[in-house]
Design a binder for this molecule. Structure first.
Ligand SMILES: Cc1cc2nc3c(=O)[nH]c(=O)nc-3n(C[C@H](O)[C@H](O)[C@H](O)COP(=O)(O)O)c2cc1C
Length: 149
C-alpha cells in the first residue's frame, strides 16, 4: 500500500491534493489517502506508516520551508516513534507560488533530514513551481501546454 499524505491546510481543494491525485492515476499498487491535518491521532498515523510499502507527502512551500502544520507532525512523529519504521521509502511532492522550483530546495532538504532521523529511506522529492497556476489547469492534458514536461 502506498500512503499518500496531503499536508496542505486547503484540504482536498489544495494544489498539493491535485498533484497527489495526478500521481494516483499512475499508481498500479493500492494506495490510501490521508488529509494530514484532519488525522490528529498520531498512533493511527504510526500504524499506517508501519503498514505502508512507501509514503508520498504532498505539501506547499511556506516561507521557503515546511508549513508549520506539517512541521508539527514531523516533530511529533520524531519524538514518539523515531526508528520504528524499517527504512520505509518516503517521497515528497511540494509545490510553491513562485515559478522557480529551486525555491523548494530547502523544504526537500528538511524532509531528507527528517527521514534520516526517523530511520526512513528518503526516496527523493519533486518541487513544482507555479503551483497555483498548474492547480487551475486540471482540464489541460498532462502532455499539453504548461502541463507538458
Ligand atoms: C503562509 C504562506 C507562505 C508561503 N510562502 C511561499 C514561499 O516562501 N515561496 C513560494 O514560492 N510560495 C509561497 N507560498 C505560496 C504557496 O506555496 C502556493 O500558493 C501553493 O500553491 C499552495 O499550495 P496548496 O494549495 O497545496 O496549499 C506561501 C503561501 C502561504 C499561504
Amino acid at each position: 500500500m502506498i500512503l499518500l499524505l496531503n499536508g496542505s491546510l486547503r484540504k482536498s481543494k489544495s494544489n498539493s491534493n491535485h498533484f497527489l491525485n495526478l500521481l494516483k492515476t499512475q499508481l498500479k499498487d493500492s494506495y490510501e489517502s490521508v488529509q494530514l491535518y484532519q488525522r490528529k491521532d498520531l498512533n493511527v498515523m504510526k500504524d499506517l506508516l508501519q503498514k505502508a510499502d512507501a509514503c508520498v507527502i504532498g505539501m506547499p512551500v511556506y516561507v521557503d520551508g515546511v508549513p508549520a502544520q506539517v512541521m508539527e507532525f514531523m516533530e511529533q512523529m520524531y519524538l514518539r516513534y523515531q526508528g520504528q519504521f524499517a527504512q520505509l521509502p518516503v517521497y515528497v511532492i511540494t509545490n510553491l507560488g513562485f515559478y522557480e522550483s529551486e525555491q523548494g530546495n530547502v523544504l526537500l532538504e528538511i524532509v531528507k533530514n527528517w527521514c534520516s532521523k526517523m530511520g526512513f529511506f528518503y526516496g527523493g522529492g519533486l518541487a513544482i513551481g507555479a503551483g497555483e497556476m498548474l492547480g487551475t489547469l486540471k482540464k489541460v492534458p498532462l502532455d499539453q501546454g504548461p502541463n507538458n514536461n
